[in-house]
Design a binder for this molecule. Structure first.
Ligand code: RIB
Length: 309
C-alpha cells in the first residue's frame, strides 16, 4: 500500500494582477487583468500531488473569513484529505502577485491563519504524520513549526523535503534533519550568501549545492527555471537536469509543481535523476497555464507531455 505524502504548510488566496511586465520599485503600471486563484505553497504542493493521483493529506490553517471554506473545498476537490486543516480566528493567508507577459512574477504574502499553525498543531496531527511516506513543507508557516516537523521527521525516520521559500537564514539543527532541500535561484542566493544580482549558472549551482550539503541536508535540488534544475545527492550524483522548452504564461507555483512531482516520482520508485525529469515536466506544464492550483497537471497530462518531448 502507498504511504501518503503529507504536506504541512500554507494555504492562500492569490490576488493576481497581470501587466506587460512586473513593476519596478516606485512605479505605477496600468495592468491588463485581475484574477483570484487558490494558492499557498503548501496547498499548491498538496493539490499537485492529488492531481498526480498520489494519496495526500494536508496539515494547515485557514481563517474564519469567507475564503476559508472555499480554500478547503479547492483542496478537497483535488483529492487532498483536509481533516487536519483547522480554522483560526482572523483572515486566511493572502498573496498579492504581479505577473508580466514573460510569465515572471513577484509576490507579497500576508500569512494570516498560516501564522497560527503552531507546534501544538503538529503534535495534534502526529498520528497522521507518522503514517507519511514523505513530508513536504515550506517557509510560509512559523519557523518554530517547521523545526518541530523536522525533529519529528528525524525521530520517526520519515523523509522530509523543505522548499526554503520565502528564503531566510536556517538553523543548523533544522538543516541536519532534511532529506531534501529545494531552493530556487533567488533562495539559493540568500542561503549561500551570493549577491542579489549574481547569475546562478550550472557552475554556481554545483558550488552552492556542495555548500548546502556541507550544512546537513542529505540531498539538494536547485530549481533554476528556464535553465533546468541542478541535482546533488548524498550518493554523489551531480547532474544538471535540462529544462523542457515551453511558452510560459505564468510561472507562479512552478516550484511547487516541481516539488510535488519530485516527491510523487521518488515515492513511486524512481531514481533521483528520473524523478527530477518527471518533476521538470510537471513544472513545465504548470507554467503554460494561469494561476497556482489551476495550473497543476494530472498524471495523464504529464505522461502525454513526456511522450511528446
Ligand atoms: O509558490 C507560489 C505561491 O506563493 C502562490 O500561490 C502564493 O500563494 C505564494 O504563497
Amino acid at each position: 500500500m502507498r504511504k501518503p505524502i503529507v504536506v504541512v504548510g500554507s494555504i492562500n488566496l492569490d490576488l493576481v494582477a497581470a501587466a506587460e511586465r512586473v513593476p519596478l520599485p516606485g512605479e505605477t503600471l496600468t495592468g491588463r487583468t485581475f484574477s483570484t486563484f487558490h494558492g499557498g505553497k503548501g496547498a499548491n504542493q498538496a493539490v499537485a500531488v492529488g492531481r498526480l493521483g498520489y494519496p495526500v493529506s494536508m496539515v494547515g490553517k485557514v481563517g474564519d473569513d469567507s475564503f476559508g471554506p472555499e480554500l478547503k473545498t479547492a483542496l478537497r476537490k483535488a483529492g487532498v484529505d483536509v481533516r487536519a486543516v483547522g480554522t483560526a480566528k482572523g483572515s486566511s493567508g493572502v498573496a498579492l502577485i504581479n505577473i508580466g507577459d514573460d510569465g515572471q512574477n513577484n509576490i507579497v504574502v500576508i500569512p494570516g491563519a498560516n501564522g497560527r499553525l503552531l507546534p501544538k498543531d503538529i503534535m495534534r496531527s502526529s498520528a497522521l504524520l507518522r503514517k507519511a511516506g514523505m513530508l513536504l513543507t515550506q517557509l510560509e508557516i512559523p519557523l518554530i513549526t517547521v523545526e518541530t516537523i523536522a525533529v519529528f521527521a528525524h525521530k520517526n525516520k520519515i523523509p522530509l523535503m523543505l522548499d526554503p521559500a520565502p528564503a531566510r537564514e536556517l538553523p543548523m539543527g533544522l538543516l541536519k534533519c532534511l532529506t531534501w532541500i529545494t531552493p530556487n535561484e533567488s533562495e539559493t542566493r540568500i542561503l549561500c550568501g551570493l549577491n542579489s544580482n549574481e547569475p546562478v549558472t550550472p557552475g554556481t549551482a554545483e558550488r552552492c549545492a556542495d555548500l548546502l550539503l556541507a550544512r546537513g541536508p542529505k540531498n539538494v535540488v536547485i530549481k533554476m527555471g528556464s535553465q533546468g534544475a541542478f541535482l546533488a545527492t548524498a550518493a554523489g550524483t551531480r547532474e544538471m537536469i535540462p529544462p523542457f522548452a515551453v511558452k510560459a504564461v505564468d510561472s507562479t507555483a512552478a516550484g511547487d509543481a516541481f516539488n510535488a512531482g519530485f516527491a510523487v516520482s521518488l515515492l513511486s520508485g524512481a531514481a533521483p535523476v528520473q524523478a527530477a525529469r518527471y518533476a521538470s515536466a510537471v513544472a513545465a506544464i504548470s507554467v503554460t497555464r494561469m494561476g497556482a492550483q489551476p495550473s497543476m497537471p494530472s498524471a495523464r497530462d504529464v505522461n502525454r507531455f513526456l511522450k511528446s518531448h
